[in-house]
Design a binder for this molecule. Structure first.
Ligand code: FAD
Length: 498
């Protein structure tokens, strides 16, 4: 759907897509991955319920809705890491996804781990259904990228001007930044590796895996969820997939049968990292005894994680990120039992090898051995590890996960927001510094703009802010807040017109 036909806007005037009428509030959702799609969906549903016709919601992303990084894959073995029964798009209708699956020919899958591509279609379908609700406001899908935002303090003007990669700009009353996962950081990679032809800086980039030679060994740097996906995709007879990280820790599997979550403990009196570590271990071993599974204890802490994180001093937060987070995440963000079994089978068969290590240097085979033999030209990279080992591989894949340090993200919109003072990085943990409602805090001496965010971009403030169960609540809270705000601003705008 084009912006002009759906919005009834004039195509452009000197680059500016012009609003056709006064009185209509325009809200932009930038990014149509899971977070942006859920936000737009909730805005449509709540506005339809309230009969808010004088509202237009713009969902801006060059990519299709509902997919994003996690749910754009079509590989059948790239599974959700949360059972279907906990992946509803609606916080107030927990069986919604399970019902959708049943309506689409897959009944009774509550405890199953569904292919992520299927979940992407579910999200897109849910958005579509919300846009067709009786009384829903217009939804405009704009296939473009936002590259800059200006805050216009003039009360007669719309407060936000969004600049698009196409060269156009648009004015809005409020915007939600659902920018999601940025490409992985490169800081760990020696310069010689970064410039090597066999180096893949982002294995999720479209077509990246097509550059990996068919049957040669490869190295995956990082041993988290992306490594599991890549190892299962690339493993085959005749090739060894090496995977390594500083700690060598791999995500734990979900239990084969559902585990009853233990009650949330009372950790109100806990202060400081040392005490928190003891309290967490106590809770996990207590739950292992009472419920027969450590997972019951880990999951019981989920509702408290953000509050416990926020209670730590910045120094303790930095220590937690450095010393505890990886271990916590491998127990907290688990993989489906089938993925764990497939990985274990590949390791046992010698097709995948997982260990500890750091890359300290790299040379292309041509540079070291003049590229004379067939073997050296195919296995182009020789990688040196901190333990003195050398690996000869055709490709090195950066599986270290999304870059969360905004000062290192190579993204024009983020750079523009930081340079313009509309937002600044959270002091520890990545993402933007935000209020408790997810509004961007401006840099000193700048007025707060009507800009909100959710998901990964709130990691520094919340720590746990990347999975659907958290994101769907944030999206719903934001939609409610923005609609109330729209009502307030509508009254202000009407007053101005009189
Ligand atoms: C491989 C992987 C698997 C995962 N599996 C699960 C799972 O099974 N269950 C679960 O709960 N969570 C999972 N997660 C966590 C996941 O991060 C979230 O669930 C969710 O997908 C995040 O969605 P998002 O919209 O915030 O980000 P993204 O998926 O990264 O989407 C962001 C979107 O914003 C767009 N965008 C960015 N900048 C701009 C701009 N300037 N202008 C316009 N558009 C822009 C991008 O094109 C993209 O479409 C997984 C994550 C990964 C990386």
């Amino acid at each position: 759907m084009s912006a002009t036909s759906a919005a009834g806007r004039h195509p452009e005037q000197d680059g500016h897509l012009v609003s056709e009428s006064g009185g209509v509030r325009h809200i932009a959702v930038v990014g149509a991955g899971a977070a942006g799609t859920l936000t737009a969906m909730r805005l449509l549903q709540h506005a339809a319920a309230d009969r808010r016709a004088a509202l237009r919601i713009w969902l801006i992303d060059p990519e299709p809705a509902g997919r994003g990084l996690a749910f754009g894959t079509e590989a059948p073995h790239h599974l959700l890491n949360v059972p279907a029964g906990r992946m509803s798009a609606h916080r107030d209708d927990p069986d919604h996804f399970v019902r959708w699956l049943a309506e689409h020919g897959e009944p009774g899958r509550e405890h199953d781990f569904i292919a992520r591509g299927r979940y992407g279609r579910y999200l897109a379908d849910s958005l579509d259904a919300a846009s067709r609700l009786d009384g829903a406001p217009d939804l405009v899908r704009l296939h473009d990228r936002v590259v800059g935002i200006t805050h216009q303090p003039d009360p007669a003007a719309s407060p936000l001007r969004l600049r698009l990669a196409s060269g156009q700009w648009l004015d809005f009353d409020a915007a939600v930044l659902a920018l999601g996962n940025f490409a992985p950081g490169q800081g760990w990679a020696p310069p010689a590796l970064r410039s090597a032809p066999g180096y893949l800086p982002d294995p999720w980039a479209p077509g990246a895996l097509e550059r990996v030679a068919d049957d040669r060994d490869v190295l995956l740097v990082g041993t988290g969820l992306t490594m599991v996906d890549m190892a299962l995709t690339l493993q085959r007879p005749g090739r060894v997939v090496h995977a390594l990280s500083r700690h060598g820790l791999v995500p734990q599997p979900h239990a084969g049968t559902p585990v009853v979550v233990a009650p949330t403990p009372d950790l109100d009196g806990v202060s400081g990292l040392a005490e928190l570590r003891r309290a967490v271990l106590r809770q996990i071993s207590r739950c292992r005894r009472s419920h027969g599974d450590w997972r019951a204890g880990v999951d019981s802490l989920r509702p408290l994680t953000s509050a416990l994180w926020q209670r730590l001093s910045p120094a303790d937060q930095a220590r937690l990120l450095d010393q505890d987070l990886r271990l916590w995440e491998t127990h907290r963000h688990r993989i489906p039992p089938t993925s764990a079994a497939a990985l274990r089978g590949a390791v046992d068969a010698g097709l995948v090898s997982i260990g500890r290590g750091t890359v300290v240097g790299a040379e292309t085979a041509e540079a070291t051995e003049s590229g004379k033999s067939a073997e050296t030209t195919a296995d182009r990279l020789q990688v040196r590890l901190d333990n003195g080992r050398r690996l000869r591989v055709a490709a090195v894949l950066n599986c270290t996960g999304s870059q969360t340090d905004l000062t290192r993200v190579e993204d024009p919109l983020v750079a523009d927001l930081l340079a313009g003072g509309l937002g600044y990085p959270a002091p520890v943990g990545g993402g933007f510094d935000t209020t408790s409602a997810g509004r961007l805090r401006p840099a000193a001496d700048h007025a707060p703009a009507p800009l909100w965010t959710l998901g990964t971009l709130r990691r520094g403030n919340l720590l746990e802010s990347t999975a659907i169960p958290e994101i769907r609540c944030q999206a719903d809270d934001l939609a409610l807040l923005l609609l109330d705000r729209s009502a307030v601003e509508q009254r202000g705008a009407t007053a101005r017109q009189h």
